[in-house]
Write a protein that binds this ligand. Sequence first.
Ligand code: EPZ
Length: 422
Amino acid sequence: MDKLIVHGNSTLKGTINISGSKNASLPILAATLLTDQPCIIRRVPDVSDTNYMLQILRALGADVERSSGTVRIQASKIISDAPYDLVRRMRASICVMGPLLARLGQACVSLPGGCVIGDRPVDLHLKGLKGLGANIDVEGGNMNFTAPNGLKGAEIDLRGKHGPTVLGTDNLMMAAVLAEGRTVIESAAGEPEVVDLAEFLIQMGANIEGAGSRRITIDGVSSLNAVDYTVIPDRIEAGTFMVAAAMVGEGVTLNRVNREHLTASTDVLQEAGHIVEFNEGGDKVTVHPGEVPQGCNITTAPFPGFPTDMQAQFTAMFATTPGISVIEDTIFPQRFMHCAEISRMGANIRVDNGTAIVSGVESLSGAPVMASDLRASAALVLAGLKARGTTEINRLYHIDRGYEHIDEKILQLGGSVERVRE
Ligand code: EPZ
């Protein structure tokens, strides 16, 4: 298992390119199952989650070629059973359900297991697919879907206890594009990754309106075409480096970003006293630390609100920001595993009932720490760069799930990190 040694008191300076979005790539890769025509997808990040998805597509029978960020997939002949061994490694594999069911009229996908960031049920995914007429049996840990007479468009409300569901909206949208008639998804997720999937499907010939709003309307078509598509920049990777730049930067510029996707993170950084400047086109951003940083309050919310996927990184920043910051995660109230680890480095954080209360301390000290999930690991890297001394981050595979070459990008900015292979 690799670990990352982060040398503290680092200063980051210079320019890096932001990679393509992991969370847009995953459903887009799954959507290639909807056609027997070749699909070319560009800027797919080389992270283990996208690699798992490609392995799943291969196991389903698709022909997959990858050459750095460009992936060519042709799902001429596919089977309907997603292999448990691959599916269990990544929750996002559930987004093959919609495409398999739409294309083949049946699908068998394992129920995802526990997840460290909290309970992650699939009831809304099932509600959506049932709404289109699928029969669902759960047996032996598998979800078996059948739609012997095809899927039929319907009006379906996907509102959940914690708001809209991103992959649930994706699954339903992917199933509905080949269903007969009109589907209306109410309380849909409006995240940029959902919009990117809709754009991809539209370029394949789907009829979709309203992606990005709470109501998506889909008119089914009988088949979809070949496509050549470039995924959007990763707003969470960009946000993570923006926070790094505010914590330990001396002018860090990020190329290939999208300003509209970064509003919530930008607003909090500015409120905390840091300087964030976009170029006119909004695809390049430079961040400088402010002279008098201050704590802030954050509440996560669906897009365009503050993303839960940036909560851990901002918690790391506020750990050494003067004042008290109150951070509430309404989407995943149990997603605070990083707090105990950052506290081992000297932070003063109290977690209570979905809320972290962070009292900024003057400095952190490096320590051996354990990565628990993807964004929690990113938070530990940020804390390690800021701390005195050396931080050893174990279980690095968590970060490799979603950050493309993070060690190389930090080195490129002048930070000092070493990947130790064991
Ligand atoms: C996506 O997960 C992202 N993953 C997550 O990013 C992200 O944290 C999450 O959306 C929220 O923005 C991918 O895109 C691959 P949800 P998803 O369904 O779609 C509840 C990262 O770090 N819910 O939008 O699985 C759920 O428990 C990852 O890159 C139900 O109740 O999340 C949560 O409270 C981690 N029933 C809320 O909805 C359901 O059937 C939102 O979850 C589904 C979800």
